[in-house]
Design a protein around this ligand. Structure first.
Ligand SMILES: *[C@@H]1O[C@H](CO)[C@@H](O)[C@H](O)[C@H]1NC(C)=O
Ligand SMILES: *[C@@H]1O[C@H](CO)[C@@H](O)[C@H](O)[C@H]1NC(C)=O
Ligand SMILES: *[C@@H]1O[C@H](CO)[C@@H](O)[C@H](O)[C@H]1NC(C)=O
Ligand SMILES: *[C@@H]1O[C@H](CO)[C@@H](O)[C@H](O)[C@H]1NC(C)=O
Length: 153
């Protein structure tokens, strides 16, 4: 009989203990269907949720590459209907057939009006003879703010 209330209690304690460590956010591929370049398995954000007085975020994008990028860059931006704010751009190199972990630390937090997303885009600066960087992979996600977690308290 005791079991019947011990188990829910353990479950509750378990979730209280593990929730703060669970930093993954739901993301989408910017082009909806995914990319030939490879896939993304996790997007982690720290801190999560992002409190109102947080100024900087650490974002980590983890996935598998089927192709290489030798002269690449990662861009992080906040994007709403009318505004795109570039928050970070850093060089990167990825070898095909590897698991990649892209740590983007201390990205400034940016809150835009209306609906907006954070976007992490992986660019190849040299594709053939083209002068334009090509998007090889791109994901977007909502910032996990505390207000969206505790809906209208
Ligand atoms: C997404 O990009 C891949 C190439 O990486 C392409 O094959 C696919 O058609 C694109 N999807 C959309 C919806 O544009
Ligand atoms: C991503 O690609 C790797 C390697 O090809 C594969 O093992 C893994 O299942 C894929 N994951 C997802 C979420 O598509
Ligand atoms: C973000 O990363 C930096 C450098 O790795 C680290 O010092 C800092 O504690 C991290 N902040 C959070 C909120 O995870
Ligand atoms: C974006 O700009 C369009 C055209 O100027 C305007 O109609 C719309 O209200 C703007 N959206 C936001 C969220 O400000």
């Amino acid at each position: 009989m005791a079991i019947s209330y011990v188990q829910p209690l353990l479950l509750l304690l378990g979730s209280l203990f593990f929730l703060p460590a669970l930093r993954a956010v739901n993301f989408k591929y910017c082009n909806k269907s995914g990319y030939d370049f490879g896939n993304v398995t996790h997007v982690n954000i720290s801190p999560n949720p992002v409190g109102p007085d947080v100024g900087e975020l650490n974002i980590t994008v983890i996935g598998y590459a089927k192709e290489s990028i030798h002269t690449g860059s990662i861009e992080v931006y906040a994007k709403s209907e009318n505004i795109t704010d570039l928050l970070r751009k850093q060089p990167c190199t990825i070898e095909s057939g590897t698991k990649f972990v892209l740590p983007l630390s201390e990205v400034p937090k940016d809150i835009l009006e209306g609906d907006y997303k954070y976007v992490v885009s992986l660019l190849d600066e040299k594709v053939g003879d083209s002068k334009e960087a090509k998007v090889r992979m791109c994901v977007d996600f909502d910032l996990p703010t505390s207000s969206s977690t505790l809906s209208s308290a």
